[in-house]
Design a protein around this ligand. Structure first.
Ligand SMILES: *[C@@H]1O[C@H](CO)[C@@H](O)[C@H](O)[C@H]1NC(C)=O
Ligand SMILES: *[C@@H]1O[C@H](CO)[C@@H](O)[C@H](O)[C@H]1NC(C)=O
Ligand SMILES: *[C@@H]1O[C@H](CO)[C@@H](O)[C@H](O)[C@H]1NC(C)=O
Length: 119
């Protein structure tokens, strides 16, 4: 069982993918096919209490709702994973299609306002 090919089964999700990077940077509109035991995630890297990094993609189900200390450019961040389990549910602000959804999200994430104004 050394297959690393994307599993094209009913129980594998298609998720938006963006590497771990500064949360203000934009992402390409690309998706990634998860393995069956993975979920779509929105991950946030905090340095102390500051939200600095963001990432999207597939994470192992067991990491959902948990956090891990990850090194990025020599600095250690506390990265927490928020998961969802529908195709492309881990939508990035900049590629959100639904404006009313976007407006609702603005209340708790002011980053989206910048994305909205710039687009
Ligand atoms: C990382 O963040 C989580 C909450 O997202 C917190 O519960 C945990 O204590 C933090 N860990 C460290 C080492 O700061
Ligand atoms: C993202 O890519 C998909 C498939 O190529 C396309 O249908 C969609 O319109 C794109 N969205 C944006 C915001 O570019
Ligand atoms: C956008 O999202 C809102 C709230 O989730 C929903 O009521 C509305 O029907 C959606 N519109 C479209 C075009 O998907």
């Amino acid at each position: 069982m050394a297959l690393v090919l994307p599993a094209l089964g009913m129980d594998s999700l298609l998720c938006f993918y963006c590497p771990l990077q500064h949360k203000g940077q934009s992402c390409l509109n690309i998706t990634s096919q998860c393995l069956p035991d993975q979920r779509c995630s929105n991950s946030r890297g905090r340095y102390g209490s500051l939200h600095i990094l963001s990432a999207q993609g597939c994470v192992d189900t067991e990491l959902c709702g948990s956090h891990q200390i990850t090194s990025y450019r020599g600095v250690k961040y506390n990265v927490s994973h928020t998961c969802c389990c529908k195709d492309q549910c881990n939508v990035r602000p900049k590629i959100a299609k639904n404006l009313s959804l976007l407006m609702g999200m603005m209340i708790w994430n002011s980053d989206l306002y910048v994305g909205l104004v710039a687009s």
